[in-house]
Write a protein that binds this ligand. Structure first.
Ligand code: DGT
Ligand code: CA
Ligand code: CA
Ligand code: ZN
Length: 570
């Protein structure tokens, strides 16, 4: 069991206790223990009871339960609790807008205990008639359910990547394997993926395939041939494997990386030379205009077609072939180019680590600067800061800065954009900060024109430096709110506001599809981890994937600037 598995059990216990109407202290104890264990630097499966109890919020009872679970693979308390409810009830917790209180009411009054039953109750009007629900809630839930259905076969790249990396390592350790890579949308840097595609060169292919289908992560084998197979992995994601020879590998890698539209363009270009291109090789088409080229690696496929090698992130048929033919493929931004970041939270609002802990972690990561942007007072749910607390935090930042050399903290805020586009703090307060991230955290359902006006009004405010998570989307769970993105980009250009690429892997907002337009208009990007803990800095990896997919270079990204340059800008 991984730490995550243990934490999920604790989280589920908290949910079940809440459904039962247990004492709130007990409920909070479980969810708090789950949270602090998820950040704890130990392996829960092998930790002793004493080590576990050293973690904040973990007492005797919970430490004992973790040991029982680690040693026996079972937890009696949890199993008994589960028996009191239908097994599908957990799926209801995945419906956005449904908390334990509502789920309890639905279960007790309408006997709704699954997503299907919920949908039915929404459609036949029973839910709308329930006190505390109403027609509006019913419609909202239906929309959320539709969104869930649409996404039921999609997975976050951040979830699929560690699995793919593990498989890759395993393939590479096999004697029969010479080369291996994952391909498809995962390699292209997409934020959500349908499945995981693997291309492996080696022989005998049968051995590689048999090894793969016997892998512990494999749950079901869907199809198994002599050079390919498809399986379902734990967690429900499909994984397609294709085994080729070393000479076929570059072609297979290009083909299965896609996108399909990119492949179609490449094939068309090959045909102009009189070659046909498939997933294995170039062959002579009817009228060969040029001799068949020698291909040893992926880049050779492109150079044979008089193209620069195209980074996988750009292979979406958005003009990348023309750019490659003209030698104009940009040098895409890399993780190593990041010198600091903005928009991070601390325990002062809803973060898990203190200002000092966040600063120390940033130094350890080699950053030259770190911007702190805790929530503002209207974000009550996130423990937003009042003016007094913000000023106190500014003092604490100044004190830490006084004691450090070569590293600097910037004092900022993630200031709520109110419904009318005004900001959550008065101008004097905003003026006292190094920078301001303005974000929307409420009134998501305004009509598009009003929402656009609201955001543009905030951008026009002289103290706003950065627009945070522009569309509010949460991948696979919440659609972007209605907003005219090109108009906002235009306003950012006119006001010199930087647009955030929120690197949290379920946001990746503003999304990659809009960055070429922003870049063209001279709008600068800031890749922000929106870190709520030290671990949250890792989000930057996903931000970089999306920035690359958006065609951004280090020159387009403000936090690739050195401390002295960024300080000058601010
Ligand atoms: P996904 O899995 O839905 O996130 O997206 P992809 O792009 O990974 O799609 P997938 O797994 O169906 O196929 C992997 C790649 O294989 C795809 O990007 C391009 C290539 N491919 C698959 N089917 C075709 C096809 O019918 N024609 C061409 N030209 N390429 C294809
Ligand atoms: Ca795929
Ligand atoms: Ca596939
Ligand atoms: Zn936010």
């Amino acid at each position: 069991m991984t730490n995550e598995d243990f934490c999920n059990v604790l989280e589920n216990i908290a949910r079940l206790l809440e459904l039962k109407g247990e004492n709130p202290f007990k409920i909070r104890a479980y969810s708090r223990a789950s949270q602090s264990l998820s950040l704890a630097p130990l392996n829960i499966a092998s930790a002793t009871e004493e080590q576990l109890k050293e973690i904040e919020g973990v007492g005797d009872a919970i430490a004992e339960k973790m040991r029982e679970l680690a040693q026996t693979g079972h937890l009696k308390f949890y199993e008994e609790l589960r028996k009191e409810f239908p097994p599908d009830i957990f799926t209801l917790f995945q419906v956005p807008g449904l908390g334990a209180k509502k789920i309890k009411a639905l279960y007790q009054t309408l006997e709704v205990a699954s997503v299907d039953a919920l949908e039915k109750a929404c459609r036949d009007g029973r839910l709308a008639a329930l006190p505390g629900f109403g027609k509006k809630t019913s419609q909202k839930l239906l929309r959320a359910l539709e969104e869930m259905h649409r996404n039921s076969s999609k997975f976050l790249a951040s979830w699929a990547l560690p699995i793919a990396e593990k498989l890759l390592e395993d393939f590479k350790s096999l004697k029969a394997v010479t080369l291996a890579s994952y391909a498809g949308s995962l390699r292209r840097g997409n934020e959500v993926v349908g499945d995981i595609d693997f291309i492996v060169a080696g022989k005998p292919a049968e051995d590689i395939i048999s090894h793969f289908t016997a892998y512990p992560l494999v749950e079901t084998v869907l199809a198994k041939g002599s050079t390919k197979c498809s399986v379902i992995l734990q967690g429900g994601i499909q994984c397609d494997l294709r085994v080729v020879t070393v000479s076929e590998y570059p072609f297979a890698l290009v083909y299965f990386t896609g996108s399909k539209e990119h492949n179609v363009r490449l094939r068309g270009r090959a045909l102009e030379n009189g070659w046909s291109l498939n997933e294995y090789c170039f062959t002579a088409a009817r009228s060969l205009k040029k001799p068949l080229p020698q291909v040893n690696e992926e880049a050779d496929v492109y150079s044979a077609l008089d193209l620069q090698w195209i980074p996988p992130e750009l292979r979406e048929d958005r003009g990348e072939l023309a750019a490659a033919a003209a030698g104009k493929i940009p040098h895409l931004v890399e993780l190593a180019n990041i010198r600091g970041t903005f928009h991070c939270h601390t325990t002062e609002s809803d973060g898990k680590h203190t200002l000092q802990q966040m600063a120390e972690a940033a130094v350890e990561l080699g950053f030259e600067y770190l911007g702190i942007a805790d929530h503002s007072k209207s974000s009550v749910q996130a423990n937003g800061l009042t003016e007094e607390r913000l000023l106190a935090q500014q003092k604490a930042i100044a004190k830490l800065n006084a004691d450090s050399t070569g590293f600097r903290l910037f004092a900022g805020t993630e200031c709520d954009i109110r419904k009318d586009g005004t900001l959550d703090f008065a101008d004097e307060i905003l003026a006292s900060l190094d920078y301001v991230v303005a974000s929307i955290h409420s009134s998501f359902s305004l009509p598009e024109a009003e929402m656009t006006k609201r955001v543009i009004r905030a951008l026009s405010h002289p103290h706003v430096t950065i627009l945070g998570h522009m569309t509010g989307r949460l991948l696979l769970t919440r659609s972007p709110y209605a907003i005219d993105v090109p108009a906002v980009i235009e306003a950012a250009a006119a006001t010199g506001t930087w647009i955030e690429l929120n690197a949290s892997p379920e946001r990746l907002d503003m999304e990659w599809r809009w960055w070429p337009m922003a870049r063209e208009k001279g709008v600068k990007c800031v890749i922000n981890p929106d870190a709520h803990s030290i671990r949250g800095f890792q989000n930057l990896y996903f931000g970089i994937r999306s920035a690359r997919k958006g065609g951004l270079t280090r020159k387009d990204v403000m936090n690739c600037l050195s401390l002295s340059s960024i300080a000058e800008f601010l």
